[in-house]
Design a protein around this ligand. Structure first.
Ligand SMILES: *Cc1c(COP(=O)(O)O)cnc(C)c1O
Length: 361
């Protein structure tokens, strides 16, 4: 029996979720966002499974090159763009499209002498205030990019929402209005919507939608489940029960003794901890699925283990399978108990976890 935690990745669910995106945004192309190792699911395997996506987006060039090395031929967009002029020939040689969000990038493109032309996405900061040119700079960037010999005609236009996951946010409306004001007379393809906007703001879908989290079956909207939006969880993270012991009322469990048994009970030890990416801040009461029932985390999360309350007369035995999140237990609930978001839980999974890719349903 392997005691390594396992992340089973259901590739059929990934395909289903992509279809769901296409149903929600039938007039848009899909730029599937695969940054951070495809949200911890495995960059190359996920890209290979998303055959129906129109293009992929990653944050950084090394992620894009890893996809090319693996034989992925779809267009790839670098969401953070390039950092220095020396990267431009690499972008061209690998058919990578770049976001342009600052003056240095613009100048590098103006001065570039390339054997071909790059596809460029001009990113406008409409209110996120992270990446993007200011609205006042738009006209000038647009004009200068059109004049660049190194840039393909047809500059794509994009922006990013800061509050799309907050229903009815004024900020989202303002961002959309500003984007429209700048871009509505432009014939070029446009893109605004992340997962939250794909679900809740159909008017923002435009030519390209950019789903990340929802492809993995998780709700981007707080207090809602992926299931509610007909998404299927892609990852199932599991491990095994490796020890059981009875503790008396009043005894404490784990580091710091931060949980105390009120009554005599059985404690189960499961082989997963923060060294595997299970959140150390998961609080007492975080649900764990154990062979058909939900039990609760008690005591602090250790590096390699967690402890759960099995109750007075457990029927489980050592070797029982525990699911930390997956179809049996929504990751959204675990994230809430750990005071974080599903995105972070997924990205934090460490290489100690054994990945298994399942193709059938
Ligand atoms: C991460 C990211 C997305 C995808 O966001 P989700 O909330 O995971 O759908 C889309 N666009 C940009 C620019 C991003 O950085």
């Amino acid at each position: 029996m392997s005691r390594r935690p396992v992340a089973q990745i259901n590739l059929a669910a990934l395909g289903h979720n992509l279809q769901r995106v296409q149903q929600l945004a039938p007039a848009s192309k899909v730029l599937a966002v695969l940054k951070a190792n495809a949200y911890g699911h495995g960059l190359v395997k996920v890209a290979q499974a998303l055959t129906a996506a129109d293009a992929f987006a990653v944050a950084r060039i090394d992620e894009a090159l890893a996809l090319r090395t693996a034989g992925i031929v779809k267009p790839i967009v670098l969401l953070e763009g390039f950092y220095e002029a020396a990267e431009l020939p690499i972008l061209l040689a690998n058919n990578l499209q770049t976001v342009v969000h600052n003056e240095l990038q613009l100048m590098a493109l103006e001065q570039a002498e390339l054997d071909g032309q790059l596809k460029v996405w001009l990113k406008i900061d409409t209110g996120m205030h992270r990446l993007g040119i200011a609205p006042e700079q738009f006209a000038e960037f647009y004009r200068r990019l059109w004049q660049c010999p190194a840039v393909q005609p047809g500059i794509r236009l994009m922006s990013h929402f800061c509050c799309a996951d907050i229903p009815g946010s004024d900020k989202t409306e303002q961002q959309q209005a500003l984007f429209q004001l700048l871009c509505s007379d432009k014939a070029e393809q446009q893109s605004l919507a992340n997962s939250a906007a794909i679900i809740s703001l159909p008017q923002s879908h435009a030519d390209w939608v950019r789903p990340g989290l929802m492809l993995h079956g998780i709700s981007p909207l707080p207090n809602q489940s992926g299931q509610q939006h007909q998404l299927q969880p892609v990852m199932r993270l599991s491990s095994r029960l490796i020890a059981m012991r009875q503790v008396q009322a009043g005894e404490t469990v784990g580091y710091g003794g931060n949980w105390q048994a009120k009554v005599t009970t059985w404690i189960g030890v499961i082989a997963i901890g923060y060294g595997d990416g299970y959140p150390r801040h998961a609080s007492n009461g975080t649900p764990v699925w154990l062979e058909g029932r939900e039990v609760q985390l008690v005591g602090r999360v250790s590096m390699d283990m967690i402890t759960v309350d099995l109750g007075e007369c457990p029927t489980e035995t050592i070797g029982a399978e525990a699911v930390l999140w997956g179809p049996e237990l929504a990751i959204e609930r675990v994230a809430q108990c750990a005071d974080t978001i599903p995105y972070e839980l997924l990205c934090n999974i460490t290489p100690r976890v054994n990945y298994q890719y399942l193709t059938g349903q």
